[in-house]
Design a protein around this ligand. Structure first.
Ligand code: GLV
Length: 321
């Protein structure tokens, strides 16, 4: 491996790669697929910076393999749960993420999942592809109507949560939310009602998760929380899979307490829970919240710029504290 190189653990979009080639030489770029662990450790040796993806575990073992000249890990994601932040801080290695640039794309997807589950779009699509014949019926395919004033509960009204609130407000939903910004001026303009976590789960027709995965939030949506949800309500997760106990979610769906769930992220990614896979009322996506073309370019570019700033002796643009 080139000593003092910048390692990009997986190839990014063309725009991001061309910025990386321009700004970050010498560059070592691994393949499209996630590297196996041995390859990751080997290619990190001597790196001054690592541009990492959420598929890579960045921890003490990797820092040891990289050696003492590593200055920054620039994650191409808003979430940093794949990085041992304490280990990085202990070694004086900076960490950056890509907040802000993916809010709209992720909120678009959360709304798509809310509509897909409540209006049963994917289930209806599967039906019409397999049906020999069908006829319109006044009681068929009826689902919750968000635009008729359903209550959407946003867990974690941060940047992405607020982008979801703007969309839900435009759809005519009543919005309740947790998080520090839920009593701020933007929330007030969207008529957001700030509530505690218990009240949110007990009263929302649709609960949508937008909080980071931390030791406090891991497993937050467990059997007890799911039992506290309204009969016929929905759970949407575009945050991180381990926020939800998926077996408990499958129980809640099988018992008929929850009417549906929309999951872009999975507890044991990339594995998908078999019971959820079998359920017609669950819409499952392969972690595509940020997969808008403009957003994926912007995420890669921001990570590249974070590294360039640090190599020039400055602070990253979007450091993780
Ligand atoms: C995607 O999941 C991200 O954290 O950016």
């Amino acid at each position: 491996m080139t000593p003092s190189h910048v390692l990009v653990t997986r190839s990014l979009t063309a725009a991001a790669m061309s910025a990386a080639q321009r700004l970050l030489a010498p560059l070592v770029v691994l393949d499209d697929a996630p590297p196996d662990r041995a390859e990751l450790l080997r290619s990190a040796r001597g790196a001054v910076a690592i541009v990492s993806l959420l598929t890579e575990q960045i921890d003490d073992e990797l820092f040891d393999a990289a050696g003492g000249q590593l200055r920054i890990v620039a994650n191409v994601a808003a979430g940093v749960d794949n990085i041992d932040l304490e280990a990085a801080a202990r070694r004086g290695i900076l960490v950056s993420n890509t907040p802000g640039v993916l809010d709209e794309a992720t909120a678009d997807l959360a709304l798509a999942l809310i509509l897909a589950t409540t209006r049963r779009i994917v289930e209806a699509d599967r039906f019409i592809r397999s049906a020999e014949q069908w006829i319109w019926g006044p009681k068929d395919w009826v689902g919750l109507q968000v635009s008729a004033g359903a209550t959407v509960g946003i867990v974690g009204l941060g940047r992405i949560g607020m982008a979801v609130a703007r969309r839900a407000h435009a759809f005519g939903a009543r919005i309740i939310a947790t998080g520090s910004r839920s009593s701020g001026p933007e929330a007030a303009a969207l008529e957001v009602v700030p509530v505690g976590l218990d009240e949110l789960f007990e009263t929302a027709d649709v609960v949508t998760l937008h909080c980071p995965l931390t030791s406090e939030t891991r497993g937050m949506v467990d059997a007890a929380r799911l039992k506290s949800m309204r009969q016929g309500s929905y759970l949407i997760n575009t945050g991180r899979g381990p926020l939800v106990d998926e077996d408990a979610l499958a129980d809640a769906l099988e018992e008929g307490r929850l009417a549906g769930a929309g999951l872009d992220v999975h507890e044991n990614e990339p594995l998908v829970n078999e019971r959820l896979r079998r359920s017609d009322r669950v819409v499952l996506l392969p972690h595509i919240g940020s997969a808008g073309a403009a957003t994926r370019d912007a995420m890669g570019l921001l990570a590249v710029r974070n590294v360039a700033e640090v190599l020039a002796g400055r602070r990253p643009i979007t450091p993780v504290d």
